[in-house]
Design a protein around this ligand. Structure first.
Ligand code: TGC
Ligand code: FAD
Length: 392
């Protein structure tokens, strides 16, 4: 990949809305991405390999559980800081942001919010340090947008349960040490539990041949009569609202992350268009290219403002799930459209790995689907504004 020349674009001076601490975090993560991630990411994506050696560095910059209190190993930061970290990581690659989102919002968050004191002390400090990596199993082969119909189930056997079923499309599964798994009791109630690698009957086969998120490891979680101690079940939640609450946190982070991918595509296209000469002048001087670039920065600016406001509401515990859906849907779609337009500005050069645009575009095809598809988030907004449920 060509040298990382990324420059941040902040048309409405949103940096002024941040605290000194936020800016410091931004600089730290940005510098780490330039030094550690950018030089290797294209090679890992081309080989469809996850750069595992980056895990300690991610932990060091505080990418795992930034808003988890320090007593459990987190950094005790606010929600805007979490968003900034996700944005800077996704500026580098959505797959790396995915690893951090899953670890923070889908593994540490439920353990912190729904776990017993023993579970918190056992898992959270190691997860924060990257000494233990987690995955989150909600989706199944036959249940994607409709997770309430899951068939993974467990049977009560006194001091333990016996877990059977399978989860599919699970980020981090192939290398995870633990999995937060959502399954139904014999009574049909959804519960969450921590399944540990090494438990007999638990396997995590990798999913191959992805054209998207190639530098992120995706796989299945298969449970064949797995004996899970009852102390691994979350005591403080039951029902679909358990996993859906985790999604609120992850979707919020993605709404920031997608801006990072969009900024990287815009920045690359802007620089290229000023350098690339055709018909005796830089292509940036042609009105059609200016239209593309002007629309890109307009959409990025709108997304930056939307997301900053959402962060303030989240800090005040006032962000609703429907507001989060709106931001996830808008920002990921915005980033995907910018990636497509930016690719065209680079002409043929846009299709090769020397530039990051095509990788971002392919990654965003997963981001627009996972954590609730584009259509599902539209229906959540529709339900919120009309009071009518289009799902049932
Ligand atoms: P519904 O009957 O509406 O709700 C069931 C219960 O859940 C509550 N609830 C929520 N609670 C917290 N946060 C939310 N966002 C919530 N949405 C609903 C609801 O109040 C109710 O509570 P209660 O107490 O009455 O029982 O549920 P439904 O079955 O009709 O489904 C609604 C729907 C379609 C919106 C929901 O299921 C949905 O969001 N589907 C999309 C599935 C999804 O997003 N899957 C993501 C899997 S994880 C993933 O993709 C990780 S990618 C990671 C990476 O690499 O970054
Ligand atoms: P489906 O639900 O089958 O949907 C197919 C199409 O139908 C979509 O366009 C959808 O919008 C549309 N549709 C569905 N229902 C409706 C409706 N009611 N009205 C209108 N249209 C509808 N899951 C996890 O649990 N953990 C993970 O870590 C995880 N990581 C992932 C990583 C990757 C790379 C990918 C691609 C997925 C991951 N997922 C994960 C799964 C992801 O959350 C699901 O793919 C997603 O929720 C959609 O489910 P589905 O693919 O089964 O699509």
């Amino acid at each position: 990949m060509a040298a990382d020349k990324f420059e941040f674009h902040d048309y409405y001076l949103t940096e002024e809305l941040l605290t000194e601490e936020h800016r410091l975090i931004r600089e730290t993560v940005r510098a780490w991405v330039k030094k550690e991630l950018s030089p290797v990411i294209e090679d890992y994506a081309q080989r469809a390999d996850f750069p595992k050696h980056l895990i300690p560095g991610l932990a060091e910059i505080g990418a795992f559980g930034p808003y988890i209190p320090a007593e459990y190993g987190g950094s005790g930061l606010d929600q805007i800081a979490y968003g900034i970290i996700m944005q800077e990581l996704e500026r580098g690659d959505s797959g790396i942001r995915s690893t951090a989102s899953v670890q923070s919002s889908l593994v540490m968050y439920p353990i912190y919010s729904f776990g017993s004191e023993e579970q918190k002390r056992k898992y959270l400090p190691k997860l924060a340090k990257g000494e233990m990596m987690g995955s989150f199993g909600l989706t199944e082969p036959n249940q994607g947008s409709d997770p309430g119909g899951m068939t993974t189930w467990f049977k009560d056997e006194g001091d333990h349960v016996i877990l059977n079923g399978a989860k599919m499309w699970i980020s981090n599964a192939p290398f995870c040490d633990i999995a937060v798994v959502w399954a139904k009791s014999e009574a049909g109630e959804i519960h969450g539990m921590v399944v540990e690698r090494g438990m007999e009957g638990f396997s995590t086969p990798e999913t191959h041949s992805k054209w998207s998120l190639r530098a992120s490891a995706t796989g299945e979680l298969v449970f064949d009569n797995v004996k899970v101690p009852k102390e691994n079940i979350f005591p403080n939640v039951k029902g679909l609202k358990g996993p859906l609450s985790c999604l609120n946190s992850a979707r919020y982070g993605i709404s920031w992350g997608a801006i990072g991918a969009a900024l990287d595509c815009y920045d690359t296209a802007l620089r290229y268009s000023k350098e690339r000469m055709q018909f005796g002048r830089p292509i940036a001087g042609f009105q059609l290219q200016q239209k593309k670039l002007a629309e890109m920065i307009t959409e990025i600016t709108k997304a930056q403002l939307l997301t900053w406001r959402l962060g303030v509401l989240k800090n005040e515990n006032r962000a609703t799930p429907a507001q989060i859906s709106m931001a996830k849907r808008n920002n990921v779609n915005m980033a995907l459209e910018i990636a497509r337009e930016a690719r065209q500005i680079l002409g043929a050069m846009g299709i090769i790995g020397e530039y990051s645009i095509m990788r971002h575009m392919m990654n965003l095809e997963s981001v627009v689907t996972y954590e609730g598809t584009h259509d599902i988030h539209l229906l959540i907004t529709g339900m919120d504004i009309t009071g009518l449920n289009a799902f049932k």
